[in-house]
Design a protein around this ligand. Sequence first.
Ligand code: SF4
Length: 445
Amino acid sequence: MTDAGDPLVRVRDLRKYYVEGDSLLDRLLGRGSRSVKAVDGVSFDVRRGETLGVVGESGCGKSTTGETLLRLREATSGRVEFDGESVLDMDGDELTRFRRRAQIVFQDPFSSLDPRMTIGEILAEPLRIHGLPEDTGDGRSKSEYRRDRAKELLERVGLSANQVDRYPHEFSGGQRQRIGIARALALEPEFIVLDEPVSALDVSVQAQVLNLLDDLQEEYGLTYLFIAHDLSVVRHICDRVAVMYLGEIVELGPTDDLFDDPRHPYTRALLESVPRAKLSEQGRRVEALSGDVPSPRDPPSGCRFRTRCPLVIPPDDVDIDQRTYREVMDLRDRVESGDLNPDAVWDAVGDPGRADKPAFKRHLREELFDTDLDGENEDVVEKALDALAEGDGDRAAETLRERFESVCETTRPVLQERDHPAACHLYDQPVEPDAGRDEAEARAD
Ligand code: SF4
């Protein structure tokens, strides 16, 4: 890790939406198109010389963010600046120069190297594509220069210059990832997106590759965006960490702060999956996640984490235990999404005549509640279960919504302007300007 400086990369409100169901067949069948919000309004800086980690579960949009800011995918909207220049507006020579200065290392060292090319050819290729060198200046031909450069790069990443004529299949996974890193270094970039660079490697090899990345950063003054799903990996290499959930950044902060004082309930849940090295962390309270990750095709309103959050906030005027509120919200989510099928419940109860409503309700309570309800909360849930037993899911959902609607579903939380912000209503919230989201939606339609 190095001292971080001013921003080399500035990302503001970046969005990448994909349109689904827009084929000729979809149109002939009258199926409407809809947008998948892979990245939905992320903003962050990567300071010169630092490593910024981007962490989240598979499908959260972290790789799409890296590829979109490098222009490997076209953004739907937003702004990316590299060294003060607008990346999304670049073309021609300007874009070519940017592509020299900003590189990527992919996760899979097995598929990212062309098996028909020798390592020498693979490492010389970026130079050839960019027409480099313009002049060797020492009598060597350009191809001799590139071959010598390939040998230098191999040695720099801990391999031998003698291996220059070998093919990718002759190397182990860790060695192939070293070759991937050497290829990214060929054009002497300033910025590298490392997209899960050690996820496919054995744990013992991971540490060696992470050390290599650290050394190269030090030696060449590199700036890294380090994408990972594993928090334990980012802890040792990153200066700061951004946590992503369903296309949004939910928390961002200096690595030690984020690990010592995780603020967003999602970050806390992710940390629960990391073995605790420090004794002081071993008694940390476990806040288990409920439910599956929702689809980015139809993300939840308000806070996208609300369908799983153990701390989802009850309305001010409802007095309810936190765990019970989570259970009521799980019931609501299942009713509203149509996951809870009353027919299946009647089948489970063994009452095809649908006469025994108490048995129907008892079955659902046993399935969905570990805690007890009382007072008006109990009355409302009972009314909703009655509606379900009568096959009226809409009435059940409406009954629950009227009493239990949360600020977490009505208002989208955003990151505050501070060193360690968290997009969560448990912390002060500015009012969200949502204009960017509307503009991006209009473009995706
Ligand atoms: S805004 Fe609400 S649902 Fe989202 S993380 Fe915070 S408490 Fe949980």
